[in-house]
Design a binder for this molecule. Structure first.
Ligand SMILES: [Zn+2]
Length: 144
């Protein structure tokens, strides 16, 4: 039997908000913070429509997901409040992991917009290459 990932409130003043599967005694405060970081990041975005996504695994983590689920921006906040952002690109729009060809070399950015631009640039590079390859096939087929 596997433990549930559904977080439950417990403890003094219900200050714990953690699932049995996590078991790290994550706090409700950390949960609210994770949501706030995601909202702050959305406010920083210069383009796109984004949704807050938080999850728990030995602490609350936050990200924002593009409409359609192709792009995810993972948020890391340092103690001084500075943020660090990296992206994942899922061609299928299921906010999954990044397939190798789409992986961005430099992964952490101080500006989430820069993180997304680097990701889009990499995706475009891969797609351009595929289109070129496809055009070669088309030209060869036209020659018959
Ligand atoms: Zn937890």
């Amino acid at each position: 039997m596997s433990l549930s990932w559904k977080p439950v409130k417990r403890g003094r003043n219900k200050s714990i908000f953690c699932s049995p599967a996590c078991g790290h005694d994550c706090t409700r405060e950390a949960y609210k913070e994770a949501i706030q970081w995601a909202k702050d990041t959305i406010a920083m975005m210069q383009f796109g429509n984004w949704k807050v996504r938080v999850w728990e695994n030995l602490g609350w983590h936050s990200s924002i997901v593009s409409n359609g689920g192709h792009l995810t921006i993972y948020i890391f906040r340092y103690d001084d409040g500075e943020g660090s952002y990296h992206t994942a690109y899922d061609p299928e729009g299921k906010h999954g992991g990044t397939p190798m060809p789409y992986s961005v070399g430099k992964t952490n950015f101080k500006d989430p917009n820069e993180a997304v631009r680097a990701q889009i640039k990499q995706v475009r590079k891969v797609l351009d290459k595929e289109i070129k390859g496809f055009q070669t096939v088309l030209q060869a087929a036209a020659g018959f």
